[in-house]
Structures are given as C-alpha cells and as structure tokens.
Design a protein around this ligand. Sequence first.
Ligand code: ADP
Ligand code: MG
Length: 705
Amino acid sequence: GTDAEKHRDLLAAENERLRQEMKACEAELQELRWQQQQAPCCDCPHLQENAGLQEQLSQLQREAEETRAKLVELDLEVQQKTNRLAEVELRLKDSLAERAEEEERLSRRLRDSQETIASLKSQPQQIKYIIKTVEVESTKAKQALCETQSRNQYLQEQVGMQKQVLKEMEQQLQSSQKTEAQLRAQIMMYEAELERAHGQMLEEMQAMEEEKNRAIEEAFSRAQVEMKAVHENLAGVRTNLLTLQPALRTLTHDYNNLKRQVRDFPLLLQETLRSARAEISQAIEEVHSTNRELLRKYRRELQLRKKCHNELVRLKGNIRVFGRVRPITKEDGEGPEAANAVTFDADDDAVLHLLHKGKQVSFELDKVFPPQASQEEVFQEVQALVTSCIDGYNVCIFAYGQTGAGKTYTMEGTAANPGINQRALQLLFSEVRGKAADWDYTITVSAAEIYNEALRDLLGKEPQEKLEIKLCPDGSGQLYVPGLTEFRVQSVEDINKVFEFGHVKRVTECTNLNEHSSRSHALLIVTVRGLDRSTGLRTTGKLNLVDLAGSERVGRSGAEGSRLREAQHINKSLSALGDVIYALRSRQGHVPFRNSKLTYLLQDSLSGDSKTLMMVQVSPAEKNTSETLCSLKFAERVRSVELGPVSRKAELGSWPSQEHLEVPKRLAGDSPGSAAPPGRGHASPSPGQLSSRSASIRRKLHTSG
Ligand code: ADP
Ligand code: MG
C-alpha cells in the first residue's frame, strides 16, 4: 500500500510537472501565433505545414488530456484499493491478536487441567471423581477446542481469502503500474512529438522571420526609391507652385473683375439692349431704304439685262437657222432608196454632210439636230426665244421642209412626245407663274391656216370664211385680223382642248388632212399680255409657231388645175418668206412683207426687234436627196446673209428664187419687192419706205460701225 501510495505521489508530481510543461508550451504556441498574425506570410509554403502541425499538436494535446483523465481515474482506483487493503490488514491484525489470546487462554486452561489431573492422580478417589469430572469437563473443553479450532480454521480461511484479495490487488496494482508505464511512454512519445513540432515550428518561425525581414528590406528599399521620386515630384510641384502663384494672383484679380462685371451685368445688359434696339431699328430702317434702292436698281438692271440680251441676240442675228434630220422610217421603204445619205461632224454640231449623186456636199447652219435628237433637246435650244415673248418681244418659229421631213413632228409632235407648240405654252405658263408676284399676265391663243393665199380661222365658228388682214384704225401701223378667234388659256388642259378643237375642225373640213396640211401653212399664234402692277407698265409679246407647207417641187407635167394653183401659191408664199428674211438680214430698207398673206400677217413679228427661227427639216433617205439639197441650200442662203457691215451685204449676190415650179414669171407680181428681186443693191431706199423700226435698226447699225 505504501509503495502504491508512493508511486501515486510520484505520478501526481510527474503529472504536475507535465502540466506545467504543457502550459509553458501553450504559452509559447500562443506567442508564436501572435507573431505569425503580426507578420502574416500569405504565400509562405510552410503555412499549410504549420497548420498541419498545429492540428497534430492539438490532437496530441487531446490525447494527453485523455491520458491525464485516465491517470486520475486510476489514481482514484488505487486510493480506493489501498484503503480497502488497510481495512483488511487491520481486520487481519485484530483476528490474529484474538487467536493468540484464545490460544493463550486455551493453553493456560490446558496447563491448569493437566495440573489438576496430576493432583487428582495423587488423590485417586478424588481423582477418579475429578477425572470423571475432568473427563466430562474435557469433552466440554474438547468441544470448545473443536469450536475454537473450527473458528481458527475459519479465521485461517479468512486470512487466506484476504491474502488472495491482497494478491489480486497487487496484481491489479502491477497492471496499473504497467498501464502507467505505458502511459508514461506515450507521454514521452507525445513529448518527443511535441518537441519535434516545436522545433519545426521554431524553424518555420525562423524562416518566416527571415522572409519577413527580406520583405521588410525590399519594401524599405522600394519605399526609399518611391520616396526619392516623391521628393523629386515635390520639388517639381514646389517650382510649379512658385510659377503658379503669380498666375493665381492674376486669376484672382480677373475673378474679382468678373464678379464686379457680373454684378454690373443686368444694368449693362439693359443699357446695351436699349441701345441695340435703337441701333437695330435704325439698321432696319436703313436696310429698308437700301432695299428700296436695291429694288429700284434691280429693276433698272433687269431692263438693262433685257436690253443686253436683245443686243446679244441681235448681234448673233435675230434670224437663226437650225437644221433637223429625221430618222429613217418604215415609210422610207427598203433597199438603196432608203439608205442614209446624211452624216454629221462629230466636233461641230453646226455642220451636216449630204451625199448627193456620189458627191458629198457640206452645209453649215447655226445648229444641226441629228436623228437621235429628242424633242426635249430641240426645245432647249428654242426656249430662250419663247420666254423673250413674255418680255414683250415678237417671235416667229417656222418649220420648213419637204412633206414628210418632220415639220409637224417638230411643231406639234405626238401625244406621248409633244413638240415645240405644247412645250412652249407649258414653259410660258410656268414662267408667268414665277412672275405672278409682280405681274399680271394673260395668254391667248389663235390658230389659223393659209391655203391658196386665203387666211382662215381654225378655231372660229365658220372655218370656210376668208379673213382679211387690216391696219389698225388707231394709226399705230399695227395689223390685225378682224374675226380671228382668240382663246384665253390658263392651263395645259386648256391648251390641249384648244389643239383638239382646232384639229377636229381641220379634219372635218378636209377630205384628206395629210395632203391638205402639206399644202397649207398652219399657224399657232400665242399672245402674252403683261401688266407690271407696281409700275403699270404693259407689254405684249407674240409667239408665232408656223408649220409651213411642203417645200417640194412639183413636176411640170404632173401639175394641173387646182394642184398647179396650190403649187403656185406655196411657191409664192415660200419665196416671199425667203425674200423677207433676206431683206431683214441684209438690212434692206424695203422689206416685201406684202408679197404674201403669210409675210403680211407676220409683218410685225418679223421686223424690228423680233426674233425668227427657221427650223429646216430634212429627210436623210437616199431617194429624198434632191429635195434635201434644195432645203439645205435654202437654209444656208437664209443664214449666209450676215448681220454686219454694209459692205459685206454688197458682196452677197441676189436672193435665189424659190424654185418650186418652173413658172415663166413670178406670180406675186403685185409687190415691188418681188418685181425687183431683193438684195440687189437697195442700199439707199427712199425714206418713205422705211418703217420706224427698221430705221432704228439702221441707226444701231451705223453707231456700231
Ligand atoms: P411633215 O409634217 O414635214 O410632212 P411629219 O412631221 O408628218 O412630216 O413626219 C413624217 C413622219 O416622220 C411621221 O410619221 C413622223 O412621226 C416621223 N418623224 C418625223 N420626224 C421625226 C423624228 N425626229 N423622230 C421620229 N419620227 C419622226
Ligand atoms: Mg406636216
């Protein structure tokens, strides 16, 4: 028991020591943890290992704790057992003392008894008696001895049992000592483990410390570099600051100024607004007056421009000659007769070549339209003439050429592709609309026909009625046709109606319109009257669009009766037209307007500042080359009479006759112009023959040199 106690005390002391050590270890661990927290090394490779070790450590601690608990348990058990052992020993001691006492008492009685027996033997009777009593008593004693012996036996058994128990307890103690040794070994193992972990931890701590130092050093050097840069920056900023200070001063000054200005701004604004308003109204007034002045100047300029334009046209020639070649059509047939005989000059749009009887003849006009020229293109060249009629000028556009050369196509065109007539009216409408702000315009249309020198109204109620051309009774020298119907037109629809009306009339009147129309002159007379609302100025311009009768010559043999008469009339009127144009272009004093109804009717549209366009139509077919040649010669002759010095006029020979028909004498003998062919040196006409307008032309001519 004392051994066990001693052992237990030793264990307890050992246990205490271990506990102290563990506490110290924990404290160390705590410190290490704290250090690690202070200098965390995030990317340290030992961190994981450390965590593992810590885990292991905690495992070991747990195990040590368990062992400690077990040890405490065992201690308790040993204590209990020691206590029981002491109890048993005490009981054993008691029973031993009891037995010794009993033995003592029994041996004393035995000795007494033996003494008694001996004394009794000496006293036989008595002895016998005594023996007997002794014998009796001896059985009793024997019984008591037996009892005592059994009791002794029992006690001995008890002692044996107690010894057994003691032995067991010793065994138990031994096993517990064994367990303790085992535990001690385990504790030692744990301690070694702990020591190893501690060493590892220390190593890691060392490594971490080194790493930390390295990082600190690095950071320090980096910080030094940065510090240097910051210092430099600071120096720069300092110098900047030094330079900025004056700027700041001026800015502050400016700012103060601005503040003052802002404070004063509303007043200033009001004042400025007042003065600006006054200035603006004054400026508006000035602009108004300038505007008025400008308007006046503009009007004057407009007049001047018009004048200049007219002068230009006059210089270019008031009479212009264009040629238009129609394409070869199905009507021309096939074979060599329908071959193309007309070619053009790629570089000069005024030149045309005709292959006639194997010879190439070239002509130069003001412009030549090849077969592919569209109605639009043709009209573009004509539209300047048309618009000048709005400004109060008279214009004549003639389509000249043999039948089938395209006169009607050029003037009237087709429904899908209208000619000059309709396009001219459309243009007039749009121009008039554009000027509607200042001007009032009225446009009227008349349609007439000259057949066999008789003038007939195509829009009138009685188309058969022959109309006369008369001088205005007001003495202005103007001509007019009493009874000629005039339709006022305001839109394209109106024109279409008028054209249709005239066409229907003509168709119903004639048995063969094609033939009839080729032998008569068709006139569309458009009158544009304008009134300038602001000035009260009035203008009148007339646009005469004439589809002439066919210019082809009629063979002597084939012409008889009415056919001959027709031919003679056509010849006469076309000759007269040629004569008039020639006389006009060569500035002759006398212009034989009266030689035909046509020229007489158009007198005021041909003379003076009037403008005339002769569109000579030709067919390109081989079979028509003779007629084409005639038409082109006519065109060239009209054109060759240049405006210009008088001397040049003299050089040019006489006006060639219009040889439609070989008649012995010119039929238009009633006029002085035809009696003496024009252009033959009428250099100084009698003053009475000069119309006022031609006199003005002459004056202009002289002044221009
Ligand atoms: P004219 O009036 O001189 O007798 P037309 O105008 O009737 O001749 O023309 C004769 C034919 O030739 C018509 O069928 C017409 O359509 C056609 N024609 C004339 N000129 C052209 C042209 N430039 N383009 C196409 N066809 C044309
Ligand atoms: Mg025709």
